[in-house]
Design a protein around this ligand. Structure first.
Ligand code: HEC
Ligand code: HEC
Length: 261
């Protein structure tokens, strides 16, 4: 635990270096930390259950149509610049291709471009609170956030896999149909296959269960989606939904989503 924290801060430092205006030192700084961890291959378990996911009728909650994610009007995203930042900075924690090797760091490969740039903007403005990512987003220009969104959206998500068959089954029921306590079907907004719906509804499929679970808890605790000025309009939706979720609901949906592809 301590070691992990240490590694993170080290990456943070390295990343900050890399963000300095291009100098020889910045180039030399190699994000070393996370690279040795190996991507899990554990697809085994849940293949059966996930494949069965059929589009269904649970569309009771209708995703609102997108409103302005201001970040997205840049004409041509500078993907070369984004790749440079990704390889110098983001790679330490999210993997060079956005497939994070560590469960605490979200995978962002294949995540919606607009969702990614909105989160970066939210970190930068303090609407979404996280010390590490706020530091990462602080030096980014709006066009860079947009470009990073497009860059990571184009990376291929790798499978993680659900950890526990029984948990995943409970998760599936809730994900597809919601429950009588008032939890809506996750599928209505995140799509039956967990792939998300542009522009506002993020991909959950293949995400580390630990990360998803942690976010659900943060929404419920008012640590995400509940900024005092009410600027996090999208996050608010999840803050409301999680009020009705039990801890078991969160664990189960997180586990199930990890196994989706
Ligand atoms: C030192 C580790 C570290 C580095 C380097 C880092 N991140 Fe993160 N990132 C995290 C962690 C941890 C989270 C989860 C934070 C939270 O709980 O809000 C995160 C969250 C995110 C999210 C939100 C994902 C979601 O699903 O909501 C995005 C987008 C993101 N990072 C993009 C980037 C980009 C782009 C870079 C490079 C400029 C980067 N990160 C560099 C650790 C890091
Ligand atoms: C009414 C639409 C809606 C429904 C239903 C819904 N969500 Fe969401 N969810 C959202 C939106 C919008 C966001 C993006 C929030 C943001 O931009 O910060 C989101 C974000 C999330 C995130 C954060 C993802 C990340 O990468 O950080 C998780 C986890 C999540 N939802 C899980 C669930 C689960 C589990 C369910 C079912 C119990 C569910 N959602 C049902 C709209 C919905």
């Amino acid at each position: 635990m301590n070691r992990e924290l240490l590694l993170m801060w080290r990456s943070l430092f390295v990343a900050a270096l890399a963000l300095l205006p291009a100098t020889a030192t910045a180039q030399a700084a190699k994000p070393a930390a996370a690279q040795s961890a190996k991507p899990e291959t554990a697809q085994a378990a849940k293949a059966g259950t996930t494949q069965a996911a059929k589009p269904e009728t649970a569309q009771t909650v209708k995703p609102e149509t997108a409103q302005a994610a201001k970040a997205e009007n840049a004409a041509t995203p500078d993907l070369a610049r984004a790749q440079q930042i990704a390889q110098q900075v983001c790679t330490a924690c999210h993997g060079a291709d956005g497939n994070s090797p560590q469960a605490a760091n979200p995978s962002i490969a294949g995540q919606g471009a607009d969702y990614i740039s909105r989160q970066l903007a939210n970190y930068k403005s303090g609407v979404r609170v996280n010390a590490i990512m706020q530091a990462m987003a602080a030096p980014l220009a709006l066009e860079e956030m947009v470009a990073l969104g497009h860059y990571f959206a184009r990376q291929k998500p790798r499978m993680v896999g659900a950890g526990d068959a029984q948990l995943a089954r409970a998760g599936q029921t809730l994900f597809r149909g919601g429950n009588s306590a008032g939890v809506p079907a996750c599928a209505a907004c995140h799509a039956p296959n967990g792939g998300g719906i542009p522009k506002n509804y993020p991909r959950l499929a293949g995400q580390h269960a630990d990360y998803t679970y942690a976010q659900l808890k943060a929404f419920k605790a008012g640590e995400r989606g509940a900024d005092k000025d009410g600027k996090d309009v999208q996050g608010r939706i999840m803050a409301d939904i999680t009020q009705k979720m039990s801890d078991a609901d969160m664990k189960a949906t997180a586990d199930y989503a990890a196994g989706l592809r």
